[in-house]
Write a new protein. Structure first.
Length: 220
């Protein structure tokens, strides 16, 4: 009898521990690599700067009423650096130092097309005119692809100017919020874990009852 009770206690404790570990593990699995993009600007132009090829992350900012692409970049909180020819060789001092010769990568300049994808500007940022409510994009690469988050994905998020992240507003860059940080994930996982604990406990209790009635009396 004592052996059966002790065995039951150990098994039930193990079930509790397993279920407890299941909650953070399931939440982490729910997150995976899924990221929620930052919201676009409520008014003005959303500027997206992708530093991923330079070891950084994607950052966004808002430009209230820019007349040109370079004004949009600056109003969004980013600082451009020019090389001797007048080309933009760095944004927020990245890369540092500015390349003295072209090595295959540069700050490519994009805008958000009507189909929600990035379209390369055929005009320089000093003379381009950003569309009101539109998207401006910059990415340091070979010019083959725009920023890693599409305007379509940004536009799908709730419009909230306070949620737009600037490169110099003190917010941790990357600015992409893990989906698992949302409370409902933990609620759902917690309910599932609680149900599993109850089921395991009931099964062990029934098994313990059967073992105590059939086993020899007085055994330790």
């Amino acid at each position: 009898m004592h052996r059966t009770a002790a065995t039951f206690s150990r098994q039930f404790a193990a079930a509790l521990l397993a279920a407890g570990f299941a909650i953070p593990l399931a939440a982490s699995s729910a997150a995976g690599d899924t990221l929620v993009p930052p919201s676009p600007c409520q008014d003005g132009v959303t500027v997206v700067v992708d530093f991923t090829e330079l070891g950084g992350q994607l950052e966004t900012g808002c430009a209230t009423d820019p007349a040109t692409g370079i004004e949009a970049l600056q109003q969004a909180g980013f600082t451009d650096t020019r090389d001797p020819t007048g080309m933009i060789c760095a944004i927020d001092a990245r890369p540092d130092p500015c390349p003295e010769a072209f090595a295959g990568s540069y700050w490519s300049y994009w805008y958000g097309g009507q189909d929600g994808t990035w379209q390369v500007w055929m005009e320089g940022a000093d003379t381009s005119v950003p569309a009101a409510g539109g998207f401006e994009g910059w990415r340091y690469n070979d010019g083959s692809t725009g920023p890693s988050v599409l305007p379509l994905d940004l536009r799908a998020q709730p419009t909230d100017e306070s949620a737009a992240v600037s490169g110099n507003d003190g917010t941790d860059p990357g600015n992409l919020v893990p989906e698992a940080a949302q409370p409902w994930v933990f609620v759902v996982v917690g309910i599932g874990a609680a149900a599993a604990i109850v089921a395991v406990g009931v099964g062990l209790i029934r098994r313990s009852g059967r073992g105590s009635s059939n086993g020899p009396t007085g055994q330790d």
